[in-house]
Design a protein around this ligand. Structure first.
Ligand code: NDP
Ligand code: PYC
Length: 362
């Protein structure tokens, strides 16, 4: 078979004429990004966070909604509020940043959220990665309730390659096992591209994110095969059966299970945080946020490849396109982002009314 390499013009046309995959439904409305961010900041502050924590969480959550990462957008607000109300997490925590080696930063999040801890270490991480070629950030005593791509994309925008690992709560059965042990344990990766948004992937190591199971249950949808088991350990496509005594499975059988195990070791054992099975939130009714750890690795690619890394990424992306891959990881989010910044962030009408009530602006 003869392959015809498309011209770059063809691909630009393909990418710019294709709309985002998720269209607004008749029940949806739109809100400017900065308004959504402001609304969420007010809500967080009204529910016990410091202004600094509120600003960080609001930006993170509004960004997920903007980019169509709906399992970690405003859908998460009730969970954030109930976890704050329960006293399980400290919304006022001020992270303690410590430089423990030329290429190693440790942050004690002081039982607060992981994002303010990451933010507090961001500049130091960049400085160390530039000075040493690589820097590690070990966050412990933290709660991560969000998508992971916002933790790596900013580093790639600074020319760095970044990886992040976070563990969550025991709800995934290890391959061949009988009881949940691992969290849904996502891994994210970001690399700079010459003349384009960074190449980013962010994926749960479970067959499906817990958030997506909750959304499917709420909408009365069944799940694809091989996502989870019911309370008796039988395969099920019913999200309610997974949520009520059942469990999730790793993606890709033993391979996803091994990656999930690695995330437990990197995000918990290496940081001094809890394994996903180690914390007990039962004395805190309403607690929803996993109390674990996060590891972030930032690499300066110029130490290995001179100034060429972003161009090499671009070459690989072009070859993937030419090989027929219809879209790259991260591309859907960038399309949604561009559309939301131009026309407003899509949100359910009732959901927005509820957020306004919570913020006390109606
Ligand atoms: P998805 O399966 O939706 O997507 C995984 C990755 O694959 C994304 O980078 C996505 O890009 C890319 N992708 C999806 N479809 C395609 C395709 N057809 N071609 C090429 N690339 C594709 O993510 P998950 O459901 O696994 O995870 C959802 C979110 O949940 C993540 O943000 C994750 O961080 C979060 N999560 C958070 C946890 C926590 O403890 N805080 C625990 C578990 C999950 P794109 O973004 O462009 O669609
Ligand atoms: O969607 O699996 C998930 C998740 C766990 C913790 C935060 N999100």
């Amino acid at each position: 078979m003869k392959w015809i390499r498309p011209s770059s013009f063809t691909w630009v046309l393909f990418l710019t004429t294709r709309g985002p995959e998720v269209a607004a439904s008749e029940h949806d409305t739109r809100i400017p990004f900065h308004e959504l961010e402001g609304l969420l900041k007010t809500i967080f502050e009204h529910h016990g966070t410091s202004p600094a924590v509120a600003r960080t969480l609001a930006h993170n959550c509004a960004s997920a909604q903007r980019d169509g990462a709906l399992s970690h957008g405003v859908f998460r607000i009730p969970g954030y509020l109930s976890t704050l109300r329960s006293g399980w997490v400290n919304g006022q925590a001020v992270p303690k940043v410590e430089s423990v080696a030329p290429g190693f930063v440790v942050v004690d999040a002081c039982n607060g959220f992981a994002q303010p801890a990451l933010e507090a270490a961001h500049n130091l991480m960049l400085k160390k990665a530039r000075a040493n070629g690589i820097a590690m950030l070990a966050i412990r005593n933290s709660h991560h309730f969000a998508a992971l791509w916002p933790d790596v994309e900013p580093f790639a925008r600074e020319g760095m390659v970044a990886l992040a690992f976070v563990n969550s709560m025991a709800c995934v059965v290890p391959f061949g096992g009988k009881k949940p042990l691992f969290g849904t344990n996502p891994i994210s990766f970001a690399a700079p591209r010459a003349g384009a948004d960074p190449l980013v992937f962010d994926l749960a190591t479970s067959a499906i994110a817990h958030g997506d199971v909750q959304i499917a249950a709420r909408e009365g949808r069944s799940l694809p095969n091989c996502c989870g088991v019911d309370a008796q350990g039988n395969p099920t496509t019913d999200p309610a059966a997974i949520l009520n005594g059942g469990a999730l499975l790793p993606f890709g059988g033993h391979k996803g299970s091994a990656l999930s195990m690695m995330v437990e070791l990197l995000a918990a054992a290496l940081t001094g945080g809890n394994f996903s099975f180690e914390f007990d939130w039962s004395p805190y009714p309403g607690a929803k946020t996993p109390w674990t750890g996060e590891l972030v690795i930032v690499i300066d690619p110029s130490r290995g490849a001179g100034g060429d890394f972003a161009k090499r990424t671009e070459t690989l992306v072009q070859e993937m396109v030419w090989a027929g891959q219809p879209r790259q990881p991260g591309e859907r989010r960038y399309l949604r982002r561009a559309e939301a910044m131009a026309q407003g962030v899509i949100i359910g009408g009732e959901e927005l009314d509820h957020l306004r009530e919570l913020a006390g602006v109606v």
